[in-house]
Design a protein around this ligand. Sequence first.
Ligand code: GTB
Length: 217
Amino acid sequence: MTITITAFERSPDGGKGLARDTRVRWALEEVGQPYEVRLVSFRALKEPGHLALHPFGQIPTYEQGDLGLFETGAIVFHIAERHAGLLPDDANARARAITWMFAALSTVEPPILELGTAKLLERDKTWYEERLPLVEDRVRDRLGQLSGRLGDADWLDGAFSAGDLMMVSVLLRLKSSGILDEYPNLAAYVARGEARPAYKRAFDAQLAVNTSKPPTG
Ligand code: GTB
């Protein structure tokens, strides 16, 4: 049965791969599953057709047969559970890999999103300059802890897993901030993720969408 995901018709990042369809594309590439992409405009995201699939009117979504999913955590977990390549066979190692997926989304991503929101939406506030270092330090707190845990390992827990896929995807958002480079082992970890052939295919696929001729109408 065909897998169809949704992505922005035009991502605001112009194809830097930061919109969350990239992590779903990456997971599908890692497990070797072909997929189709339905491109959605910002207007269509909030229309009933899309809201029936995604209650919050966002991308990405995942459809296969009569299954419809939203939330990248749930989507990547579903892909990893059904196809070999993203979760270890050993039950305890599998549970730990899933733990890292949750850690990426619940513990590491929130301060990174907060930093992005501050820079995007709060620059004109009188308190912006005062608040920004506090927000940056909350990101540094998490990166320091993560860096300590990763140490000089290639991946978070043995072989590359869905936990790494999610953690690298979350950290990629920091690349332009310079903060990631304060943690050389994390910068190298992200670079290892980006060097994976499956990531490159996913990145190129979203780039092609965002650099093609603008949609008409
Ligand atoms: N928790 C959800 C998940 O993990 O699936 C979050 C999904 C989400 O935030 N989707 C965003 C969306 O659809 C796109 S990825 N937003 C439209 C809306 O809410 O109306 C977030 C995103 C967008 C753009 C960039 N960028 O251009 O740099 C980066 C990330």
